[in-house]
Design a protein around this ligand. Sequence first.
Ligand SMILES: CC(C)(COP(=O)(O)OP(=O)(O)OC[C@H]1O[C@@H](n2cnc3c(N)ncnc32)[C@H](O)[C@@H]1OP(=O)(O)O)[C@@H](O)C(=O)NCCC(=O)NCCS
Length: 167
Amino acid sequence: MHNNPLHIVLRKPCIEDAGTIWKLIHNSPPLDINSLYSYLILCAHFADTSVVAESAEEICGYVSAYIRPGHINTLFIWQVVVETERHGQGIAKMMINTILRRQYSNTIQYLETTVNPSNTSSNALFDSIAKSLNTRCEKSILFSKKDFGNLAHEDEILYRIGPFDTQ
Ligand SMILES: CC(C)(COP(=O)(O)OP(=O)(O)OC[C@H]1O[C@@H](n2cnc3c(N)ncnc32)[C@H](O)[C@@H]1OP(=O)(O)O)[C@@H](O)C(=O)NCCC(=O)NCCS
């Protein structure tokens, strides 16, 4: 758990948070909403690499992430969300830094995520993280529009940030 001047509490998610996380993501376009079951699984199995931000005991931010199987030096960030009223206060960056500061994170040298080209704030967030970590950000297509078949979906651009040192 970590406190800061904004009075935001940052902690690992628990199973009881899954419903609130689902609602937060549901209310946060352009994020894809996944099933409640998937958030339950993320809270149950991936809490060590995920985080919720709370203000006055209400969840106002969430990051789901995991260590890529077969790539123990790479943290893959799946979804990042901050409630609209709280945008621009540094909460997303604070949440990601919290994961990178956890004790077991000292093996992490790369951070990966995917960003849609039209998502200005997400693009700015990860460019800013690369800059703060004083490292490179390589961009390539991970999933193309075609991979989504008939669904209208943008390319998912892989951002690979690193190498960096979390010590
Ligand atoms: C993307 C999102 C999580 C950013 O959260 P946030 O708490 O507002 O971001 P922060 O305040 O931590 O900002 C981090 C950096 O990104 C920059 N940034 C964030 N939003 C920006 C915007 N709309 N335009 C320009 N820069 C922006 C900030 O200036 C900051 O850079 P700096 O530290 O170098 O000054 C938030 O906009 C959101 O929840 N969007 C909806 C969901 C989504 O699209 N998630 C991402 C895809 S998974």
